[in-house]
Ligand binder design. Structure first.
Ligand SMILES: [Mg+2]
Length: 256
C-alpha cells in the first residue's frame, strides 16, 4: 500500500526547534522550507505556563516565521475542550496569566463541574490541594493541563503539576483527563483545525513518551529527532515506535 502523501506537519517546539533559548542549526530554514513546499503546519507544545500568544512572541524573537494561530499548547486544547462541554463551571489551579486565558469560562470554586490543574507552583499548598480533593469527592471531574512529574531548572529539580495531579487522583479515586501530548484530544484539536485526517499528518518531536506515543495512538506517522530530551535508550524501551529517526530537524528536507 502506498502511504498517503503528507499534507501537514505537527511539530514540537522545545527540544525540536530550539533548546535553552537558541534555535537549532537549520531549524528556522526547515520551517521556511516546509512552508515553501505548501505543507500545513501546526506547532504543538506541552508548555502550559505560557499562552499561545506568549509562545508566539518567544518563537518570533528566536527568528521563526510562525503564526500565532499555528501554535497549540495544552492550555489552548483545554479551552477548546471546555467550550465543547454542556456544563463547564471550573475551579482553576493555574497561575494568573493562564487563568486570564480562560476568562470566557465560568468560575465556580464551590461546586464546579471541573477542577483544572496546571502549573501552579507554590499555589499547591495543603489548603488548596485539600479544597480540590473535596470538590472531586463531590463529583467534579479532574482535568490536567499536563502530567509531567518534575522539571529541571538551573536551581535544580522541581515538582511539576503531574505530581499534584497524581496525588489528587489517588486520594479522590479518579483519573484525570490529560490535555497535553500524548492525549488524543490534543492531536484531534490540531487535526480538526487543519481539516486533515491522521493519515495526512506527520508528528515531529524529541519526546518518545509524548510526541511519538501520541502519534502511535492516533495511527499517525512520526519523526523522532535526536535532539532535546532524546536519549538512545528510549528507542530500546519501545514505548512507541517512530516511523523515522533523524539526527535533527534540519535533516527533514531529505525525507520530504
Ligand atoms: Mg520537546
Amino acid at each position: 500500500m502506498t502511504p498517503t502523501p503528507p499534507k501537514a506537519f505537527l511539530i514540537d517546539l522545545d527540544g525540536t526547534l530550539y533548546f535553552k533559548g537558541e534555535p537549532y542549526p537549520g531549524a528556522i530554514e526547515t520551517v521556511n522550507y516546509l512552508r515553501q513546499k505548501k505543507y500545513q503546519l501546526r506547532f504543538l507544545t506541552n508548555t502550559t505556563a505560557k499562552t499561545p500568544k506568549m509562545l508566539h512572541a518567544q518563537m518570533q524573537a528566536l527568528g521563526f516565521d510562525i503564526y500565532e494561530d499555528e501554535i497549540f499548547n495544552a492550555t489552548y486544547a483545554c479551552l477548546q475542550y471546555l467550550h465543547a462541554q454542556p456544563k463547564n463551571r471550573c475551579h482553576f489551579m493555574v497561575d494568573d496569566a493562564v487563568k486570564a486565558f480562560f476568562k470566557e469560562i465560568p468560575i465556580d470554586d464551590n461546586a464546579p463541574d471541573f477542577v483544572v490543574v496546571g502549573d501552579y507552583g507554590e499555589g499547591f499548598d495543603f489548603h488548596a490541594l485539600n479544597h480540590a480533593f473535596r470538590l472531586l469527592m463531590n463529583g467534579a471531574e479532574l482535568i490536567a493541563l499536563q502530567k509531567n512529574l518534575y522539571w529541571l531548572s538551573a536551581e535544580g529539580m522541581f515538582l511539576d503539576c503531574g505530581a499534584f495531579v497524581t496525588l489528587l487522583e489517588a486520594a479522590a479515586g479518579t483519573t484525570a483527563k490529560v490535555m497535553g501530548k500524548p492525549s488524543e484530544t490534543f492531536f484531534n484539536i490540531a487535526l480538526e483545525s487543519l481539516q486533515r485526517s491522521p493519515s495526512e499528518a506527520i508528528v515531529v518531536g524529541d519526546d518518545i513518551t509524548s510526541d511519538i506515543l501520541g502519534a502511535d495512538r492516533m495511527a499517525m506517522r512520526s519523526i523522532l529527532v535526536k535532539t532535546g530530551k532524546f536519549k538512545s535508550d528510549q528507542l530500546e524501551h519501545r514505548v512507541a515506535k517512530p516511523t523515522w529517526v533523524l539526527e535533527s530537524i534540519s535533516a527533514l528536507g531529505q525525507l520530504f
